[in-house]
Design a binder for this molecule. Structure first.
Ligand code: ADP
Length: 164
């Protein structure tokens, strides 16, 4: 029997950036199935609604047939288990990401020892890129061209009223 490995790539994706896409693109021949899972976080106030984030992700990952987009609420490990995923995929951009990710990985392992967190590193040109910065730049009227896919750039312009 060949084991099928499903990886969950969770996050806010508010909005998806070229850095996120770089990780998805690198991951898709490492796992049989990759589920990009948008966290429905009731505490944070996102710029884009969950539906908008899912729609943008769906559009920019649509050409990859083993990549799916979904949403989840509550405990990530429960969601991973329900989807028979053995891997949680996260990215580390810089040392600053490490402490939080380390804590999360160990806490998730404590809850579900069979699920492994796998860290990947994006291309250097995306290592300083974050959804937060992209939103800030866009809100201030700066250009985010090359940092996000064109459809996200358009959505940002509409949302923030900037010409970019
Ligand atoms: P979260 O709120 O869970 O951190 P994000 O959407 O910001 O959600 O990030 C989701 C995942 O994508 C995290 O593992 C994060 O480290 C990674 N990530 C964020 N920005 C980039 C980027 N520029 N390049 C690669 N990975 C990134």
């Amino acid at each position: 029997m060949v084991m099928q490995v499903t990886a969950i790539y969770p996050g806010s994706f508010d909005p998806v950036t070229n850095g996120h896409l770089d990780i998805v693109n690198r991951s898709r021949d490492k796992f049989d199935r990759v589920i990009v899972a948008v966290l429905v976080n009731l505490e944070k106030t996102p710029l884009f609604t969950t539906e908008e984030r899912v729609a943008m992700l769906g559009e920019v990952t649509g050409q990859w047939n083993n990549v799916e987009v979904d949403t989840f609420e509550g405990l990530l490990v429960k969601y991973a288990k329900a989807n028979h995923a053995k891997v949680i995929l996260r990215a580390i951009r810089a040392v600053t990401d490490y402490e939080y990710e380390f804590q999360m990985a160990l806490m998730n392992r404590r809850m579900e020892p069979d699920i492994e967190t796998v860290f990947m590193v994006p291309a250097v040109e995306y290592s300083y890129l974050s959804s937060r910065l992209v939103k800030e730049i866009s809100l201030l009227g700066g250009s985010v061209s090359g940092l996000v896919p064109p459809i996200v750039e358009d959505s940002l312009k509409k949302k923030t009223g900037s010409e970019g």
